[in-house]
Design a protein around this ligand. Structure first.
Ligand code: FES
Length: 134
């Protein structure tokens, strides 16, 4: 009897029995891929030029940099060993990780000497309010 049940399960999982869909039927939504949205994180003037602030957006730690009259947002987590990039020294449009000195471009998130990249986030300044798209 147990063998019959196993055979039935195996048959139901064959490739021919799987239905792939390109879209969800009306009334159903894909909750696994939420669209990023803008979050207000600071006001213009709160972060001195050449400085950074760390903000939390939905549990994500984001380092917000004020460099050359613009704002840039990177993950606060260094890809090397997790150092807090928002506490790093900023120089020549790069942030130096405070733990071991890896250097990242604040605009692209690229590691200056290697292949690692820090995730970046779009920054929108509107009516003197700074927003980050997460
Ligand atoms: S943790 Fe950032 S350089 Fe090591």
């Amino acid at each position: 009897m147990a063998g019959i049940g196993s055979a039935a399960v195996e048959r139901s999982l064959t490739k021919e029995n799987v239905i792939y869909v390109d879209s969800f039927p009306q009334g159903m939504t894909d909750t696994s891929a939420e669209e990023p949205s803008l979050h207000r994180v600071a006001s213009v003037g709160e972060i001195e030029a050449g400085e950074a602030s760390v903000v939390d957006v939905d549990g994500e730690q984001i380092a917000l940099f004020h460099v050359n009259d613009a704002y840039f947002a990177l993950s606060n987590v260094c890809p090397h060993q997790g150092g807090p990039l928002g506490q790093g020294r900023v120089e020549d449009e790069c942030v130096y990780c405070p733990w071991h000195g890896w250097q990242f471009d604040v605009e692209s998130g690229e590691h200056v000497q290697g292949d690692d990249t820090v995730p970046t986030y779009e920054v929108v300044v509107e009516d003197d309010e700074i927003h980050v798209r997460v």
